[in-house]
Ligand binder design. Structure first.
Ligand code: GLV
Length: 345
């Protein structure tokens, strides 16, 4: 008898235990190998899928869904979704979702870890020690910048930004300034311990500036040579959002020429490639996009993606809504126009 269960493409190895509940409900097409899918291969996979669970590695736009007539849901395992052309998906009646909330604390932790490693020169010290350069204890070795009592700037004040603000204000006694598209309600500002300022003030006053804003065409290279010149030469810059927020050539230049003290980067414009100009610098801490990478959080992210997929495909008999759909209204409206079945959201 023909297998009538929907086909679901899982683009990368994820967390098996969290995928397992899907096994008897769908025809799963998955891989054990981390794969750099080409745009055409992604289109090919989607062309015969009803749903997909994908990661930030897969860029999906109009061309990738052009032949995906039966595709109903794309569940992105990640909070940022600049890898998706949401307008193109909506126009094709394809529901998309992300994984907010479950990764907030873990990602805020990583932001703080990177800030501390960068300001206190942790990885630089370790490299120096391992190279056998520590001949004698010296008063002047690896002098860094303080975290406690300093001014923390946060650019982008969503859930992760707020988590970082709390850690800074309540954990380390920092003065916390932030800039965001919209100012938080006064009660939230008081709870997280942060004060709203304009972007120039944030750049000028921060001892440590953390980037946690979404990457969009409007925020492309927001931190460029001009912005960097407004920062204190003693400042630390940390980026845990997306590489494209920063002009990396301008950043490397500022770091090499004493116009910025140090940078901590978890994300890169051309990742997984990291610019040689950055790799050559001693005053940069580099991590391979591990913001949400704790076992518990990565498991929760896959579970949330699975929940979105199950609801989006109506596998639960329409009992639940997608917990974190990105484009439910637009996609459902397009389905009506396209004469596609409306399914569940
Ligand atoms: C990771 O960068 C994410 O957006 O979840």
């Amino acid at each position: 008898m023909a297998d009538t269960r929907p086909t679901v493409w899982v683009s990368q190895p994820l967390i098996d235990a969290a995928i397992a509940p899907l096994r008897d409900r769908v025809q799963l097409r998955s891989t054990d190998t981390v794969t750099a899918w080409s745009p055409d291969q992604i289109a090919e996979q989607l062309a015969s899928a009803d749903g997909a669970i994908i990661t930030l590695n897969e860029r999906i736009g109009a061309a990738q869904v052009a032949d995906a007539a039966q595709l109903q849901v794309i569940a992105n395992v990640g909070v940022g979704y600049n890898n998706l052309d949401v307008d193109a998906l909506s126009a094709a009646g394809i529901l998309a979702s992300n994984t907010p909330d479950v990764l907030t604390g873990t990602t805020a932790d990583l932001g703080f870890a990177l800030l501390m490693a960068t300001a206190r020169r942790i990885t630089e010290s370790e490299r120096w020690l391992r190279e056998g350069q520590w001949q004698q204890w010296s008063f002047q070795t690896m002098l860094g910048a303080d975290i406690h009592g300093s001014t923390l700037g946060i650019l982008g004040m969503g859930r992760i930004g707020q988590g970082i603000a709390r850690r800074g204000a309540h954990g380390f006694g920092m003065k916390v300034l932030y800039h965001n598209r919209s100012q938080l309600p006064a009660a939230t500002e008081a709870e997280v311990g942060a004060t709203y300022v304009d972007l120039d003030t944030l750049l000028a006053q921060s001892d440590h500036l953390l980037l946690v804003l979404p990457y969009t065409p409007a925020s492309h290279h927001l931190i460029d040579a001009v912005a960097l010149a407004k920062m204190k030469p003693s400042a630390t810059l940390v980026n845990i959002a997306r590489g494209g927020l920063v002009d990396e050539i301008a950043l490397a230049d500022a770091l090499a020429n004493g116009r910025l003290a140090a940078a901590g980067l978890d994300v890169y414009e051309g990742e997984p490639k990291v610019r040689p100009e950055l790799l050559a610098l001693r005053n940069v801490v580099l991590t391979p996009h591990i913001g949400s990478a704790s076992l518990a959080t990565r498991t929760a992210m896959v579970q949330l993606a699975v929940d979105n997929l199950v609801a989006g495909l109506g596998l639960d008999g329409g009992l639940s809504r997608m917990p974190s759909a990105i484009n439910a209204d637009a996609a459902m409206a397009a389905r009506v126009t396209l004469g596609k079945k409306t399914g569940k959201r």
